[in-house]
Design a protein around this ligand. Structure first.
Ligand code: PMP
Ligand code: GLN
Length: 378
C-alpha cells in the first residue's frame, strides 16, 4: 500500500514503553503519570456511568463541560469563550491539533513548525497536503529567534504551530515571546495553533502565558488543551479546542467527521470536577517537587541540565558520559541499567542529535528515587 506517511514508523512512545515493559525497566519514557487520578473524580465517573450517561455526547461536547471550561478560562486567564460556539470537546489534544490543522491547511499551504516539536504536528500537516517549514531551536536554552521565524514567513504561510510549556524541552513562553509572535502575525491572515496541554504545570514562580491572553493572538488562535495532563487521566483522551466563533465553526465541521463526539460519562464528571480549582492550582507545586527530587539525584551524575520550567519532562545532556547516538543510548540504557527515556533527536525532522535524553518525572517518588540512584552512577 503506498503510504501517506512514508517517513514515520511506530511512535517513539510506543517503542520505548514497549521496550521498558519487556525489559522490566523503570519507565521514564512515555509521558504519563504512574499514579492514579483523584478518587473523587473516579467516583464522579462511576456515578455518571451508573446513572445512564452512556450514549453519544453532543457533537461539540457535553454542554455542562463546555460551560465549565469556559468558566475556567475566564477565571484563570480572564478571557471569555462562548461555550455554545467557541468551545469544542475532542478525543484528546491530539484530535484537537489534527482538526485545527485540517481546518486551516489547504494543499500547498505552508505551516511554520518550531523544532524540536511534538510528534503529531508534522504528520497532521502532511496528511492535509501542507508543507512544514522548520525553524530549529538550539540547545541548551531553545530560545525562539523570532527574526528567524519572520524570515520563514511567505505569502503561502497559513499557520504557525506553538507549544508552551514545551514538550520535550520544558521551556515556557515569556511575555516578549507573545509580543514578538503578535507582531509577526498582526495584519496577516496567519492562524496560530497553540498546544497548551501542560498549562497548569509550570515551575519556579513562572506563569503560563496562553495565546488567548494576547488580543492579537486570541482572535486567530486555536488553543488546544488536554484534561489528561491536568487530572492524571491520560487514558481518557479528553481534550478540547478554544477558538473564536468563525474558527470553531470550521473546526467543528471537521471534528464531526473525525470522531463526531467523545466519551460521555467522563465529560460529565470533568464538568463537575473542573469547578474545584484546588487540583489544578496545586499541580505546578506537586510536579515541581518531583522535578527537584529527580534532579537532585542527577546532580551526582555526569549528566548536565537546566531545570525544566514547565511540563513533566526534564531533558539532560549526556555529552560528558558518551558520544553515542541518543536513540542508541536510550535503547541501551533501557536494556542494561533498566531506565527508559526518550531520545530528543526524534523531535527533529533531520534527527538532530544534541546528545539529549528526555525523562518523564510524572512518576511515584519510589520510581524517581530508584531511577535517580541508577542514573546518578553514570
Ligand atoms: N501535545 C503535547 C505536547 C503532548 O505532550 C501530548 C501528550 N502527551 C499531546 C499533545 C496529546 O495529548 P492527548 O493525550 O490529550 O491527546
Ligand atoms: N505526549 C506523551 C509524551 O510525550 C505521549 C503521548 C503518546 O504516547 N502519544 O510522551
Amino acid at each position: 500500500l503506498p503510504s501517506k506517511l512514508p517517513y514515520v514508523g511506530t511512535t517513539i512512545f510506543t517503542v520505548m514503553s514497549g521496550l521498558a515493559t519487556k525489559e522490566g525497566a523503570h519507565n521514564l519514557s512515555q509521558g504519563f503519570p504512574s499514579f492514579d487520578c483523584s478518587p473523587r473524580l473516579s467516583e464522579l465517573v462511576s456515578h455518571y456511568v451508573k446513572n445512564g450517561y452512556n450514549q453519544y455526547a453532543p457533537m461539540s461536547g457535553v454542554p455542562a463541560f463546555r460551560e465549565s471550561l469556559a468558566e475556567k478560562s475566564s477565571l484563570v486567564y480572564g478571557v471569555n469563550y462562548d461555550p455554545e460556539t467557541e468551545v469544542t470537546i475532542t478525543s484528546g489534544a491530539t484530535e484537537a491539533i489534527f482538526c485545527a490543522v485540517t481546518a486551516v491547511v489547504h494543499p500547498g499551504d505552508e505551516v511554520i513548525v518550531l523544532e524540536p516539536a511534538y510528534d503529531s504536528y508534522v504528520p497532521a500537516i502532511d496528511l492535509n497536503g501542507g508543507v512544514p517549514v522548520y525553524v530549529t531551536l538550539d540547545a541548551p536554552d531553545f530560545k525562539i529567534d523570532w527574526q528567524a521565524v519572520k524570515a520563514k514567513i511567505s505569502p503561502k504561510t497559513r499557520a504557525i504551530m506553538v507549544n508552551t510549556p514545551h514538550n520535550p524541552v520544558g521551556t515556557v513562553f515569556s511575555k516578549s515571546d507573545l509580543d514578538s509572535l503578535a507582531e509577526l502575525v498582526r495584519d496577516t491572515d496567519i492562524y496560530i495553533i497553540s498546544d497548551e496541554v501542560y498549562e497548569h504545570i509550570v515551575f519556579d514562580g513562572e506563569i503560563h502565558r496562553s495565546m488567548m491572553t494576547h488580543p492579537v493572538l486570541q482572535e486567530r488562535t486555536f488553543v488546544c488543551g488536554s484534561l489528561g495532563k491536568t487530572y492524571h487521566t491520560t487514558g481518557w483522551k479528553i481534550g478540547y479546542c478554544l477558538a473564536p466563533k468563525a474558527l470553531s465553526k470550521e473546526f467543528r465541521r471537521i471534528h464531526q467527521y473525525i470522531t463526531f463526539s467523545t466519551v460521555t460519562p467522563m465529560q460529565y464528571a470533568l464538568a463537575d470536577f473542573l469547578k474545584l480549582p484546588e487540583h489544578y492550582e496545586k499541580l505546578g507545586a506537586f510536579y515541581q517537587k518531583k522535578r527537584d527530587r529527580f534532579n537532585e539525584a542527577l546532580r551526582a551524575s555526569r549528566f548536565s541540565f537546566t531545570p525544566s520550567k514547565g511540563s513533566f519532562f526534564q531533558i539532560v545532556s549526556y555529552r560528558e558520559i558518551t558520544d553515542e547516538y541518543d536513540y542508541d543510548l536510550a535503547i541501551r540504557l533501557t536494556k542494561e541499567i533498566k531506565v527508559a527515556s526518550v531520545p530528543v533527536s526524534v523531535f527533529y525532522k533531520d534527527k538532530k542529535d544534541d546528545k539529549l535524553l528526555r525523562f518523564c518525572f510524572a512518576k511515584d517518588d519510589e520510581i524517581l528515587d530508584k531511577a535517580g540512584e541508577i542514573l546518578s552512577k553514570l
